[in-house]
Structure formats: C-alpha cells, structure tokens
Design a protein around this ligand. Sequence first.
Ligand SMILES: Cc1cc2nc3c(=O)[nH]c(=O)nc-3n(C[C@H](O)[C@H](O)[C@H](O)COP(=O)(O)O)c2cc1C
Length: 351
Amino acid sequence: MMAESLPRYDCDRSYQWNYDNPPSPPDVTVPDVPGNWTFCGHKVGSPLGIPAGPLLNGRWCLYYATLGFDVLTYKTVRSCQRGCYPLPNLQPIKCGQLDGTQKRVSPGDTMQGTWAVAFGMPSSDPSKWRRDVEWTRQQLPKRKTLSVSVVGTMREGWGINELASDYAQCAKWAVESGADCVETNFSCPNVNTCDGQLYLDVEQSAIVSEAVKSAVGGTPLIIKVGHFMEIEAIPRFLSAVNQRADAVSMTNSIASRVGVNDSELMFESQQRGICGRAILDASLAQVQTFADLIKEMNSKIEVIGLGGIETATDVSRYLDAGATACHVATHAMIDPACGIRIRQQLADHES
Ligand SMILES: Cc1cc2nc3c(=O)[nH]c(=O)nc-3n(C[C@H](O)[C@H](O)[C@H](O)COP(=O)(O)O)c2cc1C
C-alpha cells in the first residue's frame, strides 16, 4: 500500500498529559490485523497494547483503544494515594543502544526517541481508581482487554510478607473493579526500596507472586520485570514464578544515572529508568532468552515484549523472538497514531 493511502489521523496536540484533560476519542478507521491473537486467554484484535504509564485513567484508556491498541494497561496504582516526583519527569536522553553497563547517560535538548522517566509511580487514592477502573471496563468495547498495573507500597516496619499482602490487596481491588488481567510491577528503577527491584530477588518474587495469585484467583496475572544483567538469574526467576504467573512483561527500562559528566548528575545522582528506542536491542535479547527458557521448561507463561517499539518491523522482531504481545509506551505518547500505522503495515506484510 502506498504511504499516501495509509489511514490518516492527525493528533490533536492541544492536550497536556495529566489526569484531567485527556483527548476525546477520535472518529477514525483502524485497519484489521490478520491472524488470531490472544492475550492471557482473551481474544484480541492484534498483538498491540499500551503498557503501564501513559494511561493515567479510564479516559486515556478509551482514547488509545480507539487508536488501534487492543490491550490497555491502566497506569500502576497503589493501596494509598501517592504524589509524583518533582519535574523533570521526562528528560530526553542522547545515547545509542543501552545494555545496562552504562553508568551514566547524557541529557539531550530534544526528544529523539529515548528519555529518562522519573515519576516514582504516583497513584490516586484507591477509592478513586477503583471506581474509575469499574467505569473504564464498562465503557471499553468487549473485544478490548483491560489490564490494571499494581505495586505494593512499603511502610516502616514492614517485611516482605506485609508488602506481598499490600500487592495482593491492590490486585484484588483491581479484579473486583472488573480488570481482565492484573499486572504486578516488580521493577521500578526510580524507587530505592525493595519494592523497586523485586524481580532481582527470587525468594521475594515467589512470595509476592504467590500472595497475588491467591488473591486474583482465575484472573490472569502478569509480572513486569526490568533488565537482567545476569542471564543465569533468569531461569531461577522463572522457576520462582512458574505456576503463579500467566505472563511476564519486559523490559520495564534500563537504569542509569543522567548527567553531562560524573560531577553534574541530575535527579540527585540517583538512577532513573531509561525508556524508548535505546532499550530495543537489550529488550529483544531478553525476550528471546525468556521465550527459549519457557519453551525448555514446557511452561505456558506468555512473554509480553516492550521497549523501543516504533514500527511494524519492531513488532515482527519481538514476535519472532517469542513475544505473544507487543506494547508501546514512549512512541505512542510521541505519536498517538502509530498504532494505526503499525496495524496497516502488519496487514500489508501479510497480503
Ligand atoms: C511516561 C511513562 C510512565 C511510566 N510509568 C510506568 C508505571 O507507572 N509502571 C510501569 O510498570 N511502567 C511504567 N513505565 C514504563 C513503561 O511501561 C515501559 O516499560 C517503558 O516505557 C518501555 O517501553 P517504551 O520503550 O515503549 O517506552 C512508564 C513509561 C513512561 C514513558
């Protein structure tokens, strides 16, 4: 198909990315993607989805649902209200592909596909997000899947069992509100407590996934992980969550400090999660490793691939690596119409 005949949708750019002013869902035609697609047992129209982050509430979910995304992940929520880190929350980064060995990356003046993400997983109060998840599920067409991302919130004096119960409480609330799937975030490089990098601790990952699985019953459970520097840790992690998780999603981000040099570091010299184009290669490699191991283990865990996706070619590479779904955060924020373009390109590849 000629580029000129691609469905066009020029985004309304008058909105700001906040809870109160999501754009209205446009009246736009979305191409079908050939094939039979499922997401954690739910029949969906394509492998495309939006991961946790961009969709702050139900109205954002509805907006992206009309733009060709079939799985909508409701932004990570907590068991209590939590504010956002101070600005900047999104800092453009100038770098090549990252593999996790980069201790520092340089800030850029303009967004070129990669940014440092620094929100600290804010959350509205549970009474608010629970009502909104319920409303969202009612409003979304049946063929769209609503996944709700949750995280536990560590309190003083708590250990891993209390944290696991807090994760489980949020997951239960999400299911009661109508979530089709629950995603537990085991990786947040911006949070300097054990709830931030849970996926790197095998025993704690097992305890939390067990508690959440018991709380959600038959509702599919997805575990979101970050980048593994040690490949040997992956089989141990998989053994810990096998039988509990229905899917694993990766890669949350690659953590690095941000600054023009080592003595002028942003974010109080703390690491931030680098998201977007620069994590594509490392994320693809990790998806391949997980998919191969899952096959060897004869496990049914699905792999959701994300990190740096911009085109249908990127989607095909993730699918070839063993992902069953491909989610887009950064590029979908920069170009909300990218889902329509990717769908058209996937359809063209098939014909
Ligand atoms: C603005 C923004 C907010 C995010 N917030 C969350 C979050 O709350 N929970 C989470 O699990 N991941 C969060 N992420 C990470 C994304 O889900 C995704 O893992 C990451 O951006 C890599 O995908 P991408 O390269 O397509 O951006 C956020 C990402 C962005 C860009």
